[in-house]
Design a protein around this ligand. Structure first.
Ligand code: CDP
Ligand code: MG
Length: 730
C-alpha cells in the first residue's frame, strides 16, 4: 500500500500510528465515495461498489496478506520488498476504486473527458487499465503529455509497475529521442510527437486508444490535436479518445467534442492551510528563500540567524532542460533526517507528482512564451500566474496529509489581479510551425479550422507572413515545394529552411552539424571557480566572425578526437550534450536521405556556410551602431552581442550580422550571431532590403513592409474565398 511504502521508507513509524492513519483515511474514503456518487449521478454516471471480480485480477487478497506481513517487518526493509509494494501502491490510488466504471464508460463511448485530482492515478493507471482489458490487442495505447520530462518520467514509472524494461512494452518518444520498440504497447509521448505522427498516418491507425493528458495546460500542440482528433474519431469508430484534466475545465472540453460524458474520479485530498503575504513582495526569489528557511527552521524571523543547529536540507531543482539523471533525484528518498526542498518551474503544478509534500511556497509567477510584437517573435518572460495555477500549486501540499501553502502575494492580488484561468498558448505564441503542419495536412482555410479557442487573426496572419518570407507559402497562402520539404523536419521553420538551402549551396555537411548543435541546449559549461580556465578553452574554438562556425568547429574537433568524452571534459564541453548532437545529426540525416537531399561539404570555404545562415535568418538582421551595439534592421530596436558570443570583444566589428535568437534579460541580447555581407541581405531578403536601402528612412521601409503584408493578406483572402467556392460547388 502507499501508506506501507511510507512506513517502509521511514522505518520508524509505529504500527499503531499506521493503523490510525489508515482508519482515518478509510473514513475519508467513504466520505469521498459519497461525493463521487453524487457527482456521478448528476452527470449520469452510476457508481457501483468495487466488485469482487475486478479486485481479483490484481490479486488483492494476496497483496493484503503481503502488506500485513510487511507491517510486521518494517524494521528490516529490503529493496525487494520496496519493489513489491509498487504493485500494491497501484491499488491505493483513488482511480483504482472506480476502475471498472471507468472501463465501462470507455467501452460505451468513443470520447470521454476524465477529471481527477493530481496524483489520483490518471496518467500512470489508465494506460495500464486499457491494456489489462484488452485494448492493446488492436493497437497501441498512446498517452500525450505537454512536457518532455513528464513523458519520460511517467513511462519509466509505468515500466516499473509493469515490470518491464523501459522502451520495450512501455516506452516514450520525445523530439529526437525515440525510446520505443516493436514490442511497445503503451507509448507516452509529447503532444508534438503525436501531431507529427498524424502527418504520416492521418487516422493514427497504430493506436487503439489515445489519452490526451493534461489537457488543462492547453499547450499549442494539444489544442491543434483537439481539432484533428475530433475528426479522426469521427472517421474511426474503433478509436477511443480520453481527454484528461486536473481541473474543472471539463465542461468546455465536453462541449467541444459534442457533449461527451465527463467522468470524475473521486478525489482524496487533505485540507491545505493557505497563507497570503501581508505586503506586496518585491523580490520573489529572496522572499521564497526566506520563507523556505523559516519553514525549515520552524520559527519566526529571528531563527534565521541560527543556522548552526539546523537540520540538513536537500535542495533539488526540477525543470525541463535539466538532464534526466538529475531530474530523477526529486523522486528519490532523501537520507534519514534530511528534508527535501524541490525548487520547480510550473512543471510541478500538475505534470509530476512527488509524494509527501507538506509545504508549498508559491512565488505567484511563471515563465510563459508570449509573442512579443516589439521584437516580432516569441519571448520567454515572467508573468503572474492565474488563479487556476495558484490553486493547483496549493493542492500539491495536500496529497498525503494536511499541508500548508504560503503565497508570496496578497489576498487582494489574488482576487483582483490574477486571471481566472491561463491564456491558452495558441492565443499567445507564434504559429508558424502549426500553420505549416496544418497546411500540409490539407487544411487550406485556417480560419475555418475547428479550434477550441481560435487564435487571434493577427497571430495567424503574422505567422503566415513569416512563412511567406521564408518561401514556404506562396502569395496565395498555398504551401510551396520548399514548404512541403520543410514540414518533414521536426525543426523551427527557419532551421528547416537553412538545412534545405544548404543542399543547393553545397554546404549541407556543415549546416547539418550546425542545426544539430542548435537543437541541443548548453554545449559549453562554466563551473564555479574555473570561470577563467573554461573561458580560455572556449575562446580557442571561436571563429571570430561567427558563433555558428564556432559550433561547427567544436563538433569537428570532437569528431577528430574520436568523439571522446575525456576530450569534452578537458575542454569544458558537455559530453552528454555532444552525444545528443550526434544523435540528432543522424536523425536529421536520415530524413535528408529519404527526402533525397544530398549531404555535401564545402570544405574550408566557410563563407558559403555564413551565406547559408543568412539565407534563412535575413529577417533577423542587425546593423552596427557602436561597440558591441547593434540596431535591428527591421524594427530599429537596439540589441547587443551576448558576452559569450565569438564576436564579443574580439576586435572585429562587422557592419551586418544575423542572429539565431533574442534573449531578454537586463538588455536585449542576440544569441548565436554570424557576420554577413550587406549584399547578401539584399540578394536573399529582397522583400526587406535593397542596395539603396541605407538611404531610405526606417519609416519608409516599415510602410513598404506593411504594404507588402496587406497585399499578401488580400491575395490570401481572395485565394481562400476561391477555394471555398470550389468546395461549395463540389
Ligand atoms: O496523473 P495523475 O496526476 O492523476 O497521477 P499519476 O501521475 O498517475 O500518479 C499516481 C501516483 O503514481 C503518484 O501518486 C505517485 O505515487 C506515483 N508516481 C511515481 O511514483 N513516479 C512517477 N514518475 C509518477 C507517478
Ligand atoms: Mg497526470
Amino acid at each position: 500500500t502507499s501508506d506501507m511504502a511510507v512506513i517502509c521508507r521511514r522505518g520508524c513509524q509505529s504500527v499503531k500510528k499506521y493503523r490510525e492513519q489508515k482508519e482515518r483515511r478509510l473514513a475519508q474514503d467513504k466520505h469521498w465515495e459519497l461525493g463521487g456518487t453524487k457527482l456521478g449521478n448528476i452527470l449520469g454516471i452510476k457508481r457501483k461498489d468495487v466488485k469482487e471480480e475486478q479486485v481479483e485480477d490484481i490479486d488483492y487478497k494476496k497483496s493484503q496478506k503481503f502488506a500485513d506481513h510487511m507491517q510486521a517487518k518494517t524494521d528490516a526493509v529490503s529493496d525487494f520488498a520496496l519493489k513489491r509494494t509498487v504493485q500494491q501502491q497501484r491499488q491505493f490510488l483513488p482511480i483504482f476504486a472506480i476502475r471498472q466504471d471507468l472501463l465501462n464508460i470507455i467501452r460505451e463511448n468513443n470520447i470521454i473527458v476524465c477529471v481527477g485530482e493530481t496524483g489520483s492515478g490518471k496518467t500512470t493507471q489508465m494506460t495500464q487499465y486499457l491494456h489489462e482489458s484488452g485494448y492493446t490487442e488492436r493497437g497501441m495505447i498512446g498517452c500525450t503529455q505537454p512536457r518532455r520530462v513528464a513523458a519520460m518520467s511517467v513511462a519509466k514509472r509505468v515500466s516499473e509497475e509493469m515490470n518491464c524494461k523501459l522502451g520495450e512494452e512501455v516506452g516514450y518518444a520525445i523530439r529526437f529521442e525515440d525510446c520505443t520498440s516493436e514490442k511497445t504497447i503503451i507509448k507516452y509521448m509529447t503532444d508534438g510527437i503525436l501531431l507529427r505522427e498524424s502527418l504520416t498516418e492521418p487516422d493514427l491507425d497504430h493506436y487503439s486508444a489515445v489519452i490526451m493528458d493534461e489537457a488543462h495546460e492547453r499547450s499549442l500542440n494539444t489544442d491543434v490535436l483537439f481539432g484533428l482528433l475530433r475528426e479522426v474519431v469521427a472517421r474511426r469508430q474503433d478509436l477511443k479518445l480520453i481527454v484528461t484534466s486536473a481541473t474543472m475545465d471539463a465542461e468546455k472540453f465536453s462541449d467541444f467534442f459534442g457533449n461527451v460524458p465527463i467522468f470524475i474520479i473521486p478525489g482524496r485530498t487533505f485540507p491545505v492551510d493557505t497563507l497570503f503575504s501581508k505586503n506586496v513582495v518585491e523580490d520573489y526569489v529572496d522572499a521564497a528563500v526566506k520563507q523556505t528557511m523559516q519553514i525549515h527552521l520552524g520559527g519566526g524571523d529571528e531563527r534565521l540567524a541560527d543556522l548552526d543547529g539546523a537540520k540538513p536540507l536537500s535542495v533539488l531543482p526540477i525543470y525541463s532542460q535539466l538532464p534526466s539523471d538529475l531530474q530523477a533525484k526529486i523522486f528519490q528518498k532523501a537520507p534519514d533526517g534530511i528534508r527535501k526542498c524541490i525548487v520547480a518551474t510550473n512543471i510541478a503544478e500538475t505534470s509530476l507528482t512527488v509524494d509527501g509534500i507538506i509545504y508549498v511556497v508559491d512565488s505567484g509567477y511563471c515563465k510563459l512564451k508570449v509573442f512579443n510584437p516589439r521584437i516580432g517573435m516569441d519571448a520567454l518572460q515572467v508573468y503572474p500566474v492565474s488563479q487556476a495555477n495558484a490553486n493547483q500549486r496549493m493542492g500539491r501540499a495536500g496529497r498525503t496529509g494536511p499541508g500548508q501553502c504560503f503565497r508570496l502575494y496578497t489576498e487582494r492580488n489574488y482576487r483582483e489581479e490574477l486571471l481566472k484561468t491561463n491564456v491558452p498558448e495558441i492565443q499567445r505564441t507564434n504559429l508558424a510551425n502549426v500553420v505549416l503542419l496544418l497546411k500540409s495536412l490539407g487544411v487550406q482555410d485556417l480560419l475555418q479550422f475547428h479550434f477550441m479557442d481560435p487564435p487571434p487573426q493577427d497571430n495567424l496572419m503574422n505567422s503566415m507572413y513569416q512563412l511567406w518570407i521564408l518561401g514556404a507559402l506562396d502569395n496565395t497562402g498555398v504551401l510551396t515545394t520548399l514548404g512541403r520539404q520543410m514540414v518533414e523536419f521536426p525543426l523551427d521553420p527557419a532551421l528547416s529552411k537553412m538545412l534545405i538551402s544548404s543542399v543547393e549551396m553545397g554546404c549541407s555537411t556543415e549546416i547539418l552539424i550546425i542545426v544539430s548543435m542548435l537543437s541541443v541546449p548548453s554545449i559549453f559549461f562554466r563551473p564555479k571557480g574555473k570561470e577563467e580556465e573554461s573561458d580560455a578553452k572556449r575562446e580557442k574554438f571561436q571563429v571570430p566572425e561567427s558563433d555558428h562556425l564556432t559550433f561547427l568547429n567544436v563538433y569537428i574537433q570532437w569528431k577528430k578526437n574520436g568523439y571522446s568524452t575525456n576530450w569534452c571534459n578537458d575542454h569544458y564541453v558537455h559530453g552528454k550534450a555532444m552525444r545528443k548532437v550526434r544523435e540528432v545529426r543522424q536523425q536529421l540525416k536520415d530524413i535528408m536521405d529519404t527526402q533525397k537531399l544530398d549531404v555535401r561539404s564545402c570544405g574550408t570555404n566557410w563563407d558559403t556556410v555564413r551565406k547559408c545562415v543568412c539565407a534563412a535568418y535575413f529577417h533577423q538582421a542587425a546593423r552596427l551602431k557602436g561597440i558591441g551595439e547593434y540596431v535591428n534592421l527591421r524594427t530599429g530596436m537596439p540589441c547587443h552581442l551576448h558576452p559569450t558570443s565569438a564576436l564579443f570583444g574580439c576586435g572585429f566589428t562587422p557592419d551586418y550580422i544575423v542572429y539565431h535568437e533574442l534573449v531578454m534579460t537586463t538588455k536585449e541580447y542576440m544569441q548565436c550571431v554570424t557576420c554577413v555581407d550587406g549584399q547578401w541581405l539584399a540578394e536573399l531578403g529582397p522583400m526587406f532590403f535593397s542596395i539603396k536601402d541605407s538611404i531610405k528612412s526606417r519609416g519608409e521601409r516599415r510602410r513598404k513592409e506593411d504594404n507588402e503584408k496587406l497585399t499578401m493578406e488580400e491575395e490570401m483572402r481572395i485565394a481562400e474565398e476561391k477555394f471555398k467556392r470550389i468546395k461549395e460547388e463540389a
